[in-house]
Design a protein around this ligand. Structure first.
Ligand code: NAP
Ligand code: MG
Length: 409
């Protein structure tokens, strides 16, 4: 059988620990036998980031802007403990943070559903996609601790020389302060990504914040959504029968719980961080959550939502075969291949992505499950717990059957 040809390379960002082990098997056993894979390879493993003084992460992000599609393996975010473990010259920043800062994107996280996995919220029938604004707020804040009475002010010095000053608080004793910001450009980019993604995936869009309390800051997010909707998206939404609505975050939380799912929930950076973990946990396993970072220029970076599964990796190093679920990592690859196929007009590549996803889902439907899923199945559903290798081998076998029937036709 002739391999599927690609025109433009994918940006491939390799990573760390257990996911790096899965990465190589997915690439070699599930993709390379069928696709003449073209990638621009960047090794984002912690060791190589250290060797390049983190330049490799910046290069990978720039390559994503240039080529438009990337797939990323989970990576270690360095901390003091990792610095000792890997003898790092510095505690390098989170690669995802660096990439987000270059692409200024919005992260969309969606669960992969299986009929026999019951969500913790029984009413949820369809996936809920969390759209997290990926710039600013608490994540780019400065913080201050004081230890005497005094006054804190917020001061802005314009380029023109004009100054604006507000009193934050007069404190009687020790206190803590935090200064947050966001930019109009980033907020608008977030808004456009959300409406665009809603149109692409034909789902309703909700946005929630706390503009009753934060009239200017959260208010600015709300105004941006309302304006762009009225000016650019309302007609397109109407044509597709889709809805956009804003509601306060506390109201949204209770509505989400009572919903059937099937919509995009746009959230500010911190809200998105927290709510996406809640949604992921309620739908089942972190290993079934996909994530895509969409930049305002349309560039996309696909990854799994989970980390490098360190605990499994330590068992792997000790000679065990952990029961690690590769679904979200496989779906990161298929997402990127499908996108490349759509951009470059390669229907065979798009169709291959679909077949690999089906091979993965059907293997699980047959009852071959990793430990994280086995504990979630309905009573009466037959299942066998397999390790990462057995699971990938079964997927590979099923994929081979699918590809054989294609080439015989
Ligand atoms: P994690 O890698 O997501 O794993 C947390 C736990 O969730 C695992 O110990 C495992 O539970 C379960 N789990 C996650 N993915 C799984 C999978 N594919 N199959 C089966 N079980 C899975 O989070 P972490 O342990 O907090 O972080 C590990 C490293 O990843 C850290 O260095 C962190 O910085 C990094 N990280 C990277 C990213 C990213 O690159 N996007 C995101 C998050 C964290 P059991 O052990 O109970 O089986
Ligand atoms: Mg989080």
């Amino acid at each position: 059988m002739e391999k599927i040809k690609m025109k433009v390379p994918l940006v491939e960002m390799d990573g760390d620990e257990m996911t790096r082990i899965l990465w190589r098997i997915i690439r070699e056993d599930l993709i390379e036998p069928y696709v003449d894979l073209k990638t621009e390879y960047y090794d984002l493993s912690l060791r190589h980031r250290d060797e390049t003084r983190d330049q490799v992460t910046v290069d990978a992000a720039n390559a994503t802007e240039r080529l438009g599609v990337a797939v990323k393996c989970a990576t270690i975010t360095a901390n003091r403990q990792r610095q000792e473990e890997y003898h790092l010259s510095e505690i390098w920043p989170s690669p995802n943070g660096t990439i987000r800062a270059v692409l200024d994107g919005t992260a969309f996280r969606a669960p992969i559903l299986l009929p026999f996995l019951r969500p913790a919220v029984p009413g949820w029938e369809k996936p809920i996609t969390v759209a997290r604004h990926a710039y600013g707020d608490m994540y780019k804040a400065v913080e201050l601790v004081t230890d005497e009475p005094g006054v804190a002010t917020l001061n802005f010095k314009g380029q023109s020389g004009r100054e604006q000053t507000l009193t934050i608080a007069r404190t009687k004793g020790s206190a803590v302060f935090q200064g947050q910001h966001n930019t109009e450009t980033s907020i608008r980019a977030f808004v456009h990504s959300c409406f665009q993604y809603a149109l692409d995936t034909k789902q309703d869009l909700w946005f929630s914040a706390k503009d009753t309390i934060s009239k200017e800051y959260d208010g600015e997010f709300r105004r941006a959504f309302d304006e762009e909707f009225a000016n650019t998206y309302k007609d397109k939404f109407d044509t597709l029968g889709l809805h956009y609505f804003y509601t306060l975050i506390d109201d949204a939380v209770s509505r989400v719980m009572r919903s059937k799912g099937g919509f995009i929930w746009a959230l500010k950076n911190y809200d998105g961080d927290v709510m996406s973990d809640m949604v992921a946990a309620a739908f089942g396993s972190l290993a079934m959550m996909t994530s895509v970072l969409m930049a305002p220029d349309g560039s996309m970076e696909f990854e799994a939502s989970h980390g490098t599964v360190t605990r499994h990796f330590y068992r792997y190093r000790a000679g065990e075969k952990p029961s690690t679920n590769s679904t979200a990592t496989i779906f990161a690859w298929t997402g990127a291949l499908r996108r490349r196929g759509q951009l470059d007009d390669l229907p065979d590549l798009v169709s291959f992505a679909g077949k690999l996803e089906s091979a993965c889902l059907e293997t699980m439907k047959d009852g071959l499950l990793t430990g994280d899923l086995a504990v979630l199945v309905d009573e009466g559903h037959r299942c066998q717990i397999v390790n990462y290798e057995e699971s990938l081998r079964a997927i590979s076998k099923r994929l081979a059957e699918k590809m054989r029937t294609v080439s015989e036709r």
